[in-house]
Design a protein around this ligand. Structure first.
Ligand SMILES: [Zn+2]
Length: 298
């Protein structure tokens, strides 16, 4: 699909309910409140680091995708998730909250968008798990349209990963806390045996299982129709850890590629915002990485 953002087609079919509609605004793959949060907790209130560097991905998160009725429905799930879970958790990382239906509805709506959007885009993924992808999209759509009550084995898992200060692994990337706290991105992660959607909403990582035979890898992370988030103990697969580490390394490479001129600009805007720097989450994440680096060297 090669439509630029300036070109608005006169009619399209909604990717979820299949109704014909006249596109008025672009749909967001990653909910807007996540970007608002990222901006408001950065130093200069301008997005420069993180997703800004990863511009290709960011550009890909808006498209003409859903009809107004489906947008509205997703908007309701997003509003509840933002006020009940996301904002309290990003303000206070020990926030614990019981949840109802909205949690699974929100999670499925995001994972469905990630998969529906990426189905024909990601090359590494073409052909592999094709049947599982179709089955997953069908179950998630049916659930979102109220045609079934559950999502079977295509489970949702939500991980609160606001940073680490200790790690037994020796190859932990130096920017792990900056990645965990600050990066927003979406992907579909694929191996021979497994496939899942990955939506990194700042410090919350949402996983939607497409094909995943060893469900026991996930402990205390599954979203039910009602429950408490986060659970006291949780664990995820080593495949996810490897994937997260590889993303950290990718971001380090991107950072290393920033021009001298760009760095100078960033430095100046930081110096002009010293008070906000100390209060910002960007700065906190950096301090956590420095702390971790000291411990790993000791
Ligand atoms: Zn629709």
């Amino acid at each position: 699909m090669a439509q630029g953002e300036d070109f608005m087609p006169s009619e399209r079919q909604c990717a979820l309910c299949k109704a014909q509609y006249e596109p008025r605004e672009v749909s967001h793959i990653v909910p807007k409140f996540v970007y608002k949060w990222l901006k408001s907790t950065s130093v200069t209130k301008v997005m420069r680091f993180g997703p800004e560097m990863n511009k290709r991905v960011q550009d890909g998160i808006k498209d003409y995708f859903l009809c107004e009725a489906c947008e509205d429905r997703f908007g309701k799930y997003e509003a509840t998730f933002a006020s009940e879970i996301f904002h309290p958790f990003t303000k206070n990382n020990s926030h614990v909250k019981s949840y109802g239906d909205f949690m699974l509805q929100f999670a499925v709506s995001v994972s469905w968008r990630v998969l529906a959007y990426n189905k024909h885009r990601l090359h590494h993924f073409r052909g592999r798990h094709a049947e599982a992808v179709d089955a997953t999209l069908k179950v998630w759509s049916d659930y979102l349209l109220g045609r079934c009550d559950g999502i079977g084995t295509h489970e949702m898992h939500l991980l609160p990963l606001c940073g680490i200060v200790e790690c037994s692994s020796s190859n932990v990337p130096e920017n792990i806390n900056r990645y965990l706290r600050r990066v927003v991105e979406i992907d579909v992660v694929v191996s021979d045996k497994t496939a899942f959607t990955y939506a990194k909403l700042g410090p919350l990582i949402l996983i939607g299982l497409i094909a995943y035979p060893d469900l026991f890898h996930w402990e205390g992370t599954k979203i039910s129709s009602a429950g408490v988030f986060p659970s006291k103990d949780f664990g995820a697969s080593s495949q996810l850890q490897d994937y997260i580490f590889s993303r950290c390394n990718r971001f380090a490479e991107l950072e290393a590629g920033i021009s001298e001129r760009q760095l100078q600009k960033i430095k100046v805007s930081y110096e002009q915002n010293m008070d906000e720097l100390e209060q910002s989450d960007t700065y906190k994440a950096l301090l956590m990485d420095l702390e971790l680096a000291k411990k790993l060297k000791a």
